[in-house]
Write a protein that binds this ligand. Sequence first.
Ligand code: CP
Length: 309
Amino acid sequence: MTLSVKHLLGIKELQKEDIELIFQTADSFKDVLNRPIKKVPALRDTTVANIFFENSTRTRISFELAEKRLSADVVNFSASGSSVSKGETLIDTVHNILAMKVDMVVMRHSASGAPWFLSNHTDASIINAGDGINEHPTQALLDAYSIRERLEDVKGKRVVLVGDIMHSRVALSNIFCLNKLGAEVMVAGPPTLIPKHIQELGVKVEYNVKKALQWCEVANVLRIQLERQHKPLFSTLREYALYYGVNRQMLDSLEKEIVIMHPGPINRGVELNSDVADSKQSIILDQVENGVAIRMAVIYLLSGKREVE
Ligand code: CP
């Protein structure tokens, strides 16, 4: 079995069968990660470049660990401190890295569409680690995988994405992924942070967060992305937390216990309170753990290797 794509640019391009194959492969790698020796020699002949033009903690470390657990050679590039500051173009930067015999590129960039642009100019496989406000495919895969792990299946589950939908690449990738896997999806938050016509992507819209939480089995709470908001879209962070933040009192008032997720980094006390983020309802650290197995699966499958050793 192989993926239907050469690159992982977005979830939009994936088939449901691709996602299921990534999950099955991640299951094998999760077993590897729980062994005393958490490493396989599968990619010992492969070199991967992680090129990050935007800040990251989780995604960057997770990709690097995934590559090292697969025995790949790894090079890391950050835009800060590089020749990008001297005016080098994205294409020139990548061609120079690839000239050093790199097989695969993991890229994060602030420009939506940058990985697609790159994929038209190189033979190496490109993995999108987040492009602008467009997609963050491995985050959506690890999110859906974590729902599958906690609730046994994604199909038929009611999932709400809460918060800054407008600026969230995690939201768009989650919508594509959850829809392909047969979940029911809702977005919730202030009207100014929910794009007009988003229903056309097959999601419900709710402006009352408590009603949304009452409807769902899983709430994936998203970060308020102030760095992408060029005009104020709500009055203050305090008011946002009061009306749209997820807190213990709100969860305790529901008639059921729901699963809480967050892709990180969390603005504690704004979109999510610590008494929820650190509670047993939260699977936030499971998401992070699963990220390594999911990224191992994606890299392994795109490399065209056949067996998990
Ligand atoms: N979830 C996520 O993308 O986190 P980082 O920005 O820390 O990589």
